[in-house]
Design a protein around this ligand. Structure first.
Ligand code: NAD
Ligand code: UDX
Length: 480
């Protein structure tokens, strides 16, 4: 192994921060500097109030910070000093120009590469950790080599990250695998070995997979596309269940016990969210179109279409159940983050459900244990999807307490599967609601029988509950 003593990371976000914190913790002899252009973010990483919420992360940051883990806005200094540089900048979906709405925007990755080339006065290993389209490492390499100083050599590796938010610490500590792609040359293999050396501090060698750069880049897009496709598959089943009397949880159980299929990631929901799935699947769709593979592009596009259908369908069921109008009705929304145990709201299904309901003139009372008011309003008034921010501000109120949020409402809408929603006192909530009181469980987390006993009208994804159909104007009585 070639050992390393100094590494740095460009981008102190959901990936750069936690990944480098774990590296610093597991490699006490390596100095790790995490950098970002945003002074705000760096200040937060250096404070007691970290910029992201991840269970277990605070403690490890506190243990390593200012020992061998540093957070800084001096990106150039960190790059000059480091032997290995992780690029962990954001690669959002492009919202302009060629490939708008689908292609990954690589401007931050390119800016990082140009900056490295500008300041590096020694050879560097540059590790692409951001999720990128296939061949991005080659572009990075071209930029670096075209601007290379005398005596400076670059090796570019692909090392995609598989952590999921809310479980980042555990995912980083016990990864199913670490994936490293590199050039199939002597220098390329040496660079791969150096990065292996870092991970081998805590990851068993057999769990570190090495391969060529393009395979590694594509594997990341493929993994996310497969995961997203499972969710769209079970959500497509949920629509059939609601029409027939089959129960999607039972179907998922029956299907998932086939070991060839497996039981994970088969939870029907109001739709997947998060910063990755939609972006990466669209990125793949765009890639296929560029490669002149329209059938493959259409196949993956359908995963996104079903997800949009699911979010819309859930909102429509709410409206339909509430006697076909939610105008001026009060609805409590429980959960705004895209999944539990994170304060991240990027592409959260809750945003879309709230948008559809406010478009109908509903008054929303939103409660989330980790998402700030500021973030909720900035998502709901985002100019990309909101035409009238003033109206949204009139219709939406946030609450620090779920009981208060539910007070005097016509309905509760569960958008995120936070554990605490399963232990609330629903009898108490019911007392203070308008009747008939409805619950729309978009995450299948509540005890529906118990709720119906209290008196609630319960509507959930992928299951037809008898009493919830009482108010439907039509009836498909395939259920007793
Ligand atoms: P993020 O937006 O939280 O963080 C990116 C950070 O990079 C921002 O703080 C931004 O200010 C900074 N940045 C941008 N350009 C910079 C520059 N030139 N110099 C210094 N800093 C710069 O994004 P994220 O969620 O951490 O995602 C980063 C990448 O990792 C993306 O490509 C994403 O697809 C991928 N990824 C994300 C996850 C996830 O769960 N969030 C998981 C796996 C992979
Ligand atoms: C995902 C990938 O899991 C991770 O490997 C990759 O590195 C980044 O993208 P993340 O988006 O953080 O991670 O969370 P994930 O647990 O995958 O959930 C994504 C969305 O799918 C959430 O909205 C979640 O609620 C939803 N989901 C997940 C379902 O609706 N049903 C499921 O069975 C699983």
């Amino acid at each position: 192994y070639m050992t390393l003593s100094r590494i740095c990371c460009i981008g102190a976000g959901y990936v750069g921060g936690p990944t480098c914190t774990i590296i610093a913790d597991k490699c006490p002899d390596v100095t790790v500097t995490v950098t970002d252009l945003s002074q705000d973010r760096i200040n937060q990483w250096n404070s007691d109030d970290l910029p992201i919420y991840e269970p277990g992360l605070d403690e490890i940051v506190r243990r390593r910070r200012n020992k061998n883990l540093f957070f800084s806005t001096d990106v150039k200094k960190a790059v000059i000093e480091a032997e290995l540089i992780f690029i962990c900048v954001n690669t959002p979906t492009k919202n302009y120009g060629l490939g708008k709405g689908r292609a990954a925007d690589l401007k931050y990755v390119e800016a990082a590469a140009r900056m490295i080339a500008e300041v590096a006065n020694q050879s560097k290993i540059v590790v692409e950790k951001s999720t990128v389209p296939v061949k991005a490492a080659e572009s990075i390499s071209n930029i670096l080599k075209a601007n290379q100083r005398r005596g400076v050599q670059y090796q570019v590796l692909s090392n995609p990250e598989f952590l999921a938010e809310g479980t980042a610490v555990n995912d980083l500590l016990n990864p199913d695998r670490v994936l490293i792609g590199g050039e199939q040359t002597k220098e390329g293999r040496e660079a791969v070995e150096s990065l292996c050396w870092i991970y081998s501090h805590w990851v068993p060698r057999e769990n570190i997979i090495t391969m060529n750069t393009w395979s590694s880049e594509l594997s990341k897009l493929a993994a996310n596309a497969f995961l997203a496709q499972r969710i769209s598959s079970i959500n497509a089943m949920s629509a059939i269940c609601e029409m027939t009397g089959a129960d999607v949880t039972e179907v998922a159980h029956a299907v998932g016990t086939d070991t060839r299929i497996g039981n994970k990631f088969l939870k029907a929901s109001v739709g997947f969210g998060g910063s990755c799935f939609q972006k990466d699947v669209l990125n793949m769709v765009y890639l296929c179109e560029c490669l002149n593979l329209p059938e493959v592009a259409a196949y993956w596009q359908q995963v996104i279409n079903i997800n949009e259908y699911q979010k819309r369908r859930f909102a429509n069921r709410i409206i339909e159940s509430l006697f076909n109008t939610v105008t001026n009705k009060k609805l409590a929304v429980f959960g705004f983050s895209f999944k539990k145990d994170t304060g991240d709201t990027r592409e959260s299904a809750a945003i879309y459900v709230c948008k559809y309901l406010t478009d109908e003139g509903a008054n929303l009372r939103i409660y989330d244990p980790k998402v700030t008011d500021k973030k909720i309003f900035s998502e709901l008034t985002n100019p990309l999807m909101c035409e009238d921010p003033e109206r949204v501000k009139e219709l939406v109120t946030t609450y620090p307490d779920p009981y208060e949020a539910a007070n005097g409402t016509h309905a509760l809408v569960i958008c995120t599967e936070w554990d605490q929603f399963t232990t609330l006192d629903y009898s108490r909530i019911y007392q203070k609601m308008l009747k008939p009181a409805f619950i729309f469980d978009g995450r299948l987390i509540l005890d529906h029988e118990a709720l119906m006993k209290i008196g609630f009208q319960v509507v959930t994804i992928g299951k037809k509950l008898q009493r919830s159909n009482v108010h439907r104007s039509f009836s498909t009585s395939s259920q007793s």
